[in-house]
Design a protein around this ligand. Structure first.
Ligand code: ADP
Length: 504
C-alpha cells in the first residue's frame, strides 16, 4: 500500500480537480492516491443486444446511458430491449436448446463452460476495471472478489456438467429448456456467473438481463461468450430496465425464471408466473443480524462487522446491517467500531486504497438519505465518520445508529447502504428471538468463543446462511439463498443445480 509519511494535504486542496480525497490520520500520515489505470478497459461508445450469437440493433432503436456513479460521467449507451427483442432472444434460446445444446454430450458442454471460465480469468483486469467504473465498487473488491469468484463459479459448474448422475444418484435428470435470468446491480458479473454457469451445465439455454445501471460487464461477458464460440443462441444477453425484465418473465416460452433483486419486484414476478408451470428461484432482500457475544474475540468481530456492512457500500443483500451486541461489551464494541470506521477511506473506487466506493446511483443515495432521516426521526442516535467526501459522484459516509428499537424501520427494512443499526441483548434466547423477528431471512453472523453457542444459534436462526466468527464468505460449492421475504431456492453448490433440472 502506498503509505507516505507526508503531512496530510489541507482539506481544500485535497478535493481539488482529481475528485479524490486524502484520508488524514491524527499522526499526520496520509495515503497517496494509487489509482488503477482505466486503459486496461475497452468500453465501446454503444452496445447492441447479444442475440443468437450476434450483436443486433434494438427494434425500438432506443438506447440509454450507463454512467460512472463516482464521477457522474457517461461511460457508454446500451440498447433498450422491448418485447419484440425479448421474443427474438427467447426464440434464439429455444432453437439453440432444441437443435444443439440439449443434444450435445455433457462433456462437450463442459468444455465450453471451462473455456468461458479461463477467458474470464484472462480478462480479469479489464472486467474488474469495468465493474468498478460502471458500478462504483472499490477496485480492490472487483479485482479480489467479484471477478475471481465469477471465474470460480464457471469452473465449479463446468465440473458438474458431465457428472449429474453423481449429483442425483439413481435418478434421471433433464434440463428445463429456456431460462430467463434477471440480475441486480450490486454484483453484476458475479450474479451473471451465478445464473449462467449452472443453467449451461445442466443443459439449459439462457436469456439474461443485467440491471440497467450496471450492464457493462455482462456485455463484456457476451463478448467472451462469442469469442469462446459457444453455439449461437445458447446464451443471449439483452439490456433494458424493468419493462424488459417483465417481458422476459411473462414470455410463454420461458421455462424457468431466476431472479435476484428487490423483494417488491420478486413479489411482482411471483404474481406474474402464478398459474403457469414456470419454475422460479428468487433471491431477494435481507436484513442480516450479526451477533456479538461477550466472549467473542472483539477486535476480530469488529473487523467482521466492518467487512459485513461497510465494504462494498453496504450494497450486499446479505450485508450485516443489524448488529446485536451483548450488553456487557456494547460500550467497548461501539467505541472500537467508531475508531475503526474513522480510518475507512471513502472515495475514488479506482484507487486501490479505497475501502468504500460510490453508491451505485443517485436514486439509491436518496433512498439511503431517506433512511438516515427516518432513523433520526424514530429517535435513534446517528453517528457518522468525519471523513471528507469527493465533490462529485454519489458518496455516503459510513454511519451507525445506536439506541435503536427492534420495531424501528432502520432495524426492519433493507437500506442497502453503509448504515449499521446497533441493538443490545442479554441472553441467547433473547437475541435469537430478536434476530428472527424480521421479515427477511437471508443470512446472519455469530461471534463467540464457544462452539456450543454457535451450534445452538445456527440451529435456531431462520436464515439461509449463518457465518460463525466470520462474515460474507462465499464459495461456489456452498449453497446460498433465503427464507421468508428473502426468497426461495438455492444458488451455488450441488443445491444450485436443482432449480435447473427436472428430476425423475
Ligand atoms: P434493486 O432495488 O436492487 O435495483 P430491482 O428489483 O429493482 O432491484 O432490480 C433488479 C432487477 O430486476 C433489475 O435487472 C431490474 O431491471 C429488474 N426489474 C425491475 N422491475 C422488474 C419487473 N417488474 N419484472 C422483472 N424484472 C424487473
Amino acid at each position: 500500500m502506498a503509505v507516505t509519511r507526508k503531512k496530510a494535504a489541507p482539506k481544500k486542496s485535497s478535493t481539488k480537480k482529481s475528485n479524490t480525497v486524502k484520508l488524514k490520520f491524527d499522526t499526520g500520515w496520509s495515503y497517496d492516491p494509487a489509482p488503477e489505470s482505466r486503459s486496461a478497459a475497452t468500453i465501446k461508445p454503444q452496445y447492441d443486444l447479444f442475440i443468437n450469437g450476434q450483436w443486433q440493433k434494438p427494434s425500438g432503436k432506443k438506447y440509454f446511458a450507463t454512467t460512472n456513479p463516482a464521477t457522474e460521467e457517461k461511460l457508454s449507451e446500451v440498447a433498450d430491449a422491448n418485447a419484440a427483442d425479448v421474443n427474438k432472444a427467447v426464440s434464439a434460446a429455444r432453437t439453440a436448446y432444441d437443435k444443439v445444446w440439449s443434444k450435445m454430450p455433457a462433456r462437450e458442454r463442459a468444455k465450453y463452460i471451462f473455456r468461458i471460465s479461463r477467458m474470464v480469468q484472462e480478462k480479469a483486469r479489464e472486467l474488474a476495471v469495468i465493474e468498478t467504473l460502471d458500478g462504483g465498487k472499490p477496485i480492490r473488491e472487483s479485482r479480489d472478489f467479484d471477478v475471481p469468484t465469477a471465474a470460480n463459479h464457471f469452473f465449479y459448474y463446468a465440473g458438474w456438467a458431465d457428472k449429474l448422475e453423481y449429483a442425483f444418484p439413481n435418478r434421471q435428470v433433464a434440463p428445463l429448456g429456456v431460462a430467463g435470468q434477471i440480475i441486480p446491480w450490486n454484483f453484476p458479473l458475479l450474479m451473471a456467473a451465478w445464473k449462467i454457469a449452472p443453467a449451461l451445465a445442466t443443459g439449459n439455454t439462457v436469456v439474461l438481463k443485467p440491471a440497467e445501471t450496471t450492464p457493462l460487464t455482462a456485455l463484456k461477458l457476451a463478448e467472451i461468450i462469442q469469442e469462446a464460440d459457444l453455439p449461437p443462441g445458447v446464451v443471449n444477453i439483452i439490456t433494458g430496465a424493468g419493462a424488459t425484465g417483465a417481458a422476459i418473465v411473462s414470455h410463454p416460452d420461458v421455462n424457468k425464471i431466476a431472479f435476484t433483486g428487490s423483494t417488491d419486484v420478486g413479489k411482482l414476478i411471483q404474481r406474474s408466473i402464478a398459474g403457469t408451470n414456470k419454475k422460479a428461484t428468487l433471491e431477494l432482500g435481507g436484513k442480516a443480524a450479526n451477533i456479538i457475544f461477550e466472549d467473542a474475540p472483539l477486535d476480530q468481530a469488529v473487523e467482521g462487522v466492518i467487512n459485513g456492512i461497510y465494504f462494498n457500500q453496504g450494497h450486499v443483500c446479505c450485508a450485516g446491517s443489524r448488529l446485536y451486541v451483548q450488553e456487557s461489551v456494547a460500550k467497548t464494541v461501539i467505541r472500537k467500531l467508531k475508531d475503526r470506521i474513522e480510518t475507512l477511506i471513502v472515495g475514488d473506487p479506482m484507487d486501490k486504497n479505497t475501502d468504500i466506493g460510490a453508491i451505485n446511483s443517485k436514486q439509491q443515495l436518496e433512498t439511503i438519505h431517506r433512511y438516515l432521516d427516518i432513523g433520526r426521526r424514530e429517535g435513534a442516535e446517528m453517528w457518522e465518520s468525519s471523513c471528507p467526501l469527493p465533490r462529485k459522484g454519489y458518496f455516503c459516509r459510513p454511519t451507525l445508529f445506536t439506541n435503536v428499537a427492534q420495531s424501528n424501520r432502520i432495524a426492519q427494512e433493507e437500506i442497502f447502504g453503509p448504515v449499521l443499526s446497533i441493538l443490545t441483548f442479554r441472553t441467547d434466547d433473547e437475541v435469537i428471538e430478536k434476530a428472527n423477528n424480521s421479515p427477511f431471512g437471508l443470512s446472519a453472523g455469530v461471534w463467540t468463543d464457544k462452539g456450543s453457542k454457535i451450534f445452538n444459534l445456527t440451529r435456531r436462526m431462520r436464515a439461509g446462511v449463518v457465518w460463525a466468527n466470520t462474515f460474507n464468505k462465499f464459495d461456489p460449492s456452498s449453497p446460498f439463498g433465503g427464507y421468508k421475504e428473502s426468497g426461495f431456492g438455492r444458488e451455488g453448490g450441488l443445491h444450485g443445480l436443482m432449480p435447473y433440472v427436472d428430476i425423475k
